[in-house]
Design a protein around this ligand. Sequence first.
Ligand code: CA
Length: 224
Amino acid sequence: MRVLVVEDEALLRSALETALQAAGFLVQAAADGQEGLFAATEYPCDLAIIDLGLPRLPGLELIRQVRQLGKTFPILILTARDRWQDKVEGLQAGADDYVTKPFHVEEVLARAQALLRRASGHADPVLRCGVLAVDPRSQSVTVDGVVVELTAFEYRLLEYLIHRAGEVVSKTELTDRLYAEDAERDSNTIEVFVGRLRRKLDPAERFHPIETLRGRGYRLVKSP
Ligand code: CA
């Protein structure tokens, strides 16, 4: 999943970036509100973490503009502990949840994962789809209760597909979600990864979890 982090304090920004990357997210970082607005407009985004005190464009204004543009991804705000008004205004502007500073990155991660889960209609922290179970907290995957070892890339691919279970996801969308802007991208490699993921999840070809829709993309079947 792609997450946008808008935070002007460099140390905090890089701490969030590191923790989110370790948790399997593809991170786009911005150091001020304008940069954040640009990133939110130009690049795909599944979740945004926005500090309210930002130079160039305040966090509240950034959230309002993002929502006015019709972007519906969940937004988690970072606020100062003693400013309860900020939380209220942030939520009113279109944010979905908040974390007060100073925070433990684990709390930000847990809230981010909960928001994504709810956005895709999963109530349980473990994302389930038929015999498949993906636990974003430990990045572990099981099929019928048996652990399957995936590479970081394969995991990200499966996590994205399970968030979108039952929907068609195009190769372009997957490429955008799985590769950073500066990375060398080739949508043909997605085919290779999907093939590998299929073999790992379903080596005996019993339940065919990922369908190919010719010319349209892939679909994780709702209850494999
Ligand atoms: Ca700040």
